[in-house]
Design a protein around this ligand. Sequence first.
Ligand code: SF4
Length: 328
Amino acid sequence: MKIKRILSGMRPTGKLHIGHYVGALENWINLQNSGQYQNFHLIADYHVLTTGLDSSNIYNDSIEMLIDWLASGLDPNKSPMFRQSKIKEHTELHLIFSMLITTSRLERNPTLKDQVRDLNLENMSYGHLGYPVLQTADILLYKGEVVPVGEDQVPHIEISREIARKFNAQYGEVFIEPIPLLTKFSRLVGLDGNAKMSKSLGNSILLSDEKEIVKAKLKKAVTDPQKLRKGDPGRPEVCLVFSYHKKFNSEEINLIETDCKSGLLGCFDCKMKCVEKISSFLEPIIAKRKELESNMNYVLDVLSDGERKGKLEAEKTISDVRAKMGIG
Ligand code: SF4
């Protein structure tokens, strides 16, 4: 069986929350352990600059994120992890690819339109418009064949496929067109009911949150507004706590649904059950995180080893690209 190459990354935003785990990390770990894929994971520190120029925390945020990756189960012996900014070939391939796509094609990207709306952007930088082109360079530099993504990222992969096709047609075969691999449970609703869990919105549960913190946060979570007290029939389908149960407490989900609807279960008790489940899920991650924090040399070694492996792959690809193009 041919082992397929996976490339996937995250912007370094510091400590991760359970939404990151559910939307990406869990999938990466399953794929890594399936024996069918070779994973490469990118700390996308250049991508951070597309929506903010302050780079003062990028290094620390990258390390915090790496610790969460390792604590959750990414194995550096199977899955190299590296920073985009340490491998200069990303910028070279990005430049070459930027000649292979029109600005009007990038402006039609629906994900970009959503970002403009969500971030209330009045003006967009040239770099932000080209975000999917840099992402294409990230994927194709490692000859990524499969990209695990949520549905909102599928249009970006389509752009990557187009660029790979265009390059191959113009200069000769170098790249495989990558295919998206949809993440099954791609999003977790925020504690305030916002469709997206986000640290900046203050509506998240971090992978490093101890039980008391999880409890305090979940106590404030919004539920079905029509269920005011125990005894009132509830509507689990509109309740975010129920969506957390679906993910972290699947064995009790039918009972919770029935008891919520009948009014037998009150929201406070339901939330406390949820606290127990989420906290027991987080317990080993927190323990591993503490172990890693007390051995930072190991964490930095993981990073430099990943960067060495990533660099080797990137150099090979750029060498092929240059040869086909007759440059350099
Ligand atoms: S009982 Fe649970 S599922 Fe039902 S509305 Fe309250 S918190 Fe939500």
